[in-house]
Write a protein that binds this ligand. Structure first.
Ligand SMILES: NC(=O)c1ccc[n+]([C@@H]2O[C@H](COP(=O)([O-])OP(=O)(O)OC[C@H]3O[C@@H](n4cnc5c(N)ncnc54)[C@H](OP(=O)(O)O)[C@@H]3O)[C@@H](O)[C@H]2O)c1
Length: 159
């Protein structure tokens, strides 16, 4: 099963501020929705709280260490570790999982991801959550698509 990180990152590598994404770019949201629809999306509890309802037409897997955390919805799965989340996707025969953030979850999955789809914004933003630097010795840029306010860069882990 392919593990794919998908993120939107400002020029100065910001991904969040005060628990939210500090920009609103319709074209980027559309790209995120089109790419992830139909597949499970894996997110940290804090990112879940910032979106507060399940993303439609996707299984929403929420990572938390809190055994008392619950949310009853047919498209929500709660897992206590990344291992458990990936095992759930495998058991349910998904060919890929999209890892959608936030900072802590990106940091934890960077070493196990196979592919990254990064919307790199053309401007700086103030923030308090960041995406780790991409080491091009480990990742190969395999495609890019230039949009008005951002470029979608796709990276594959080098063998
Ligand atoms: N620009 C983007 O593409 C993008 C995408 C997503 C999010 N964001 C932004 O990123 C920020 C949130 O990032 P964050 O780093 O603060 O939080 P986060 O990664 O969304 O969530 C962290 C929480 O997830 C749980 N968690 C993480 N790893 C776990 C593990 N291995 N096992 C069990 N639970 C685990 C823990 O929850 P418990 O504390 O409950 O145990 C942890 O406190 C927000 O500002 C959000 O808007 C940006």
């Amino acid at each position: 099963m392919e593990k794919i990180i998908i993120a939107a990152v400002s020029k100065n590598r910001v991904i969040g501020r005060d628990g939210k994404i500090p920009w609103h770019i319709k074209e980027e949201l559309k790209h995120f929705k089109n790419t992830t629809t139909g597949f499970p999306v894996l997110m940290g509890r804090k990112t879940w709280e910032s979106i507060s309802k399940p993303l439609e037409n996707r299984i929403n897997i929420i990572l938390t260490t809190n055994p008392g955390f619950s949310f009853s919805h047919p498209n929500v799965v709660i897992c206590n570790s990344i291992f458990e989340a990936l095992a759930w996707c495998e058991e349910n025969n998904y060919s890929r999982v999209y890892i959608i953030g936030g900072e802590r979850v990106f940091e934890e999955t960077l070493k196990i991801a196979d592919r990254m789809i990064i919307s790199e914004l053309k401007f700086d933003v103030e923030g308090d959550r960041f995406f780790p630097p991409i080491n091009l010795n480990e990742w190969e840029l395999v495609s890019f698509s230039d949009k008005n306010e951002f470029v979608i860069n796709e990276y594959l882990r080098r063998k």
